[in-house]
Design a protein around this ligand. Sequence first.
Ligand code: SAM
Ligand code: SF4
Length: 329
Amino acid sequence: MNRVDYLRISLVDRCNFRCLYCMPEGTDLNFLHRSEILSGEELLSLLRQVFIPLGFTRIRLTGGEPLVRSDVVEIVREIARLPEVQDLAMTTNGYFLADKAEELYKAGLRRINISLDSLIMETFDRAIGNKGRSCWQQVWQGIQVAHRVGFDPLKLNVVVIPGVNDAEVTDLAALSIDRNWHIRFIEFMPVGNFQLFAKRGWIPSEQLQQRIRERWGLTTGCVRGNGPADVFQIPGAKGTLGFISQMSECFCDRCNRMRLSADGWLRPCLLNETGQLDLKTELRAGVPMVQLRDRVRELLLLKPEINYQGRDFSNIGATYSRTMSQIGG
Ligand code: SAM
Ligand code: SF4
């Protein structure tokens, strides 16, 4: 059986962006009230007494936008101090990074993924649902600061949407040539914006690889990470290119992760809600940690069966009630 030792924690469901593919303007999201969100202390107790004893040693902080949470640096510091945690990473939209990157690094964060869907200001603002002053420069500056501060590997996430940013795939890939940056192209999933998915569809990674191969050639690459990306490299480039092909490939048999939502739901599979545990309610009701640990252990045993249940994408709009921002994508 696959070893499940990677926990993705959503620190908050809110976000300062409204990405087209995640929570577009007008989506009725019913954001959580502050009191519904696990406090830093609750989160740390769950890590120390439930997840770490069960063998979870790799953690990613995500959201929503993790950097909108005011205690994010303290949370990073406390998790980084746990001797069992071998890897601590974060996924962010980068908007607050110029201010926060140094503090986060000093607190012990070493790996970061920053979303950057376009190099063209107008396209970027369209992708993130911004109608005001462009946010591109602010995010680009955040990426530069994260690089200077020493985050390594530094990964840039691109969700490829046909007709929005797919024409930029080679320009984005070119960022990996002179910089030790790792560009990751993610297939658009029918989660968060079903209408857009139905209208535009998605582009298989294989097609993107072909475009890049025709321009420069591609060799197999390697980069540190916990995910299912297929990693390549433009010959001679300093960085790499990763392709996350959750639509065209099934990597359920390799799945090594669980997700903890900001309101304390533990979810064994991104694509379906079977087996979820409401850890926050139980924790607040005073259920002993040892019992919570037993429930999570049982869920770990069920996970291989649950993994495959969500792959019927034809009906996903009807069965999927949470966006990536709510689950912790
Ligand atoms: N706010 C942070 C960010 O955008 O990087 C972290 C949370 S975001 C939900 C995490 C990841 O989910 C991002 O890399 C985003 O691109 C991805 N994501 C969200 N909705 C998606 C979708 N419908 N298809 C594929 N990826 C998606
Ligand atoms: Fe916010 Fe990230 Fe979702 Fe974009 S993908 S709306 S930045 S949570």
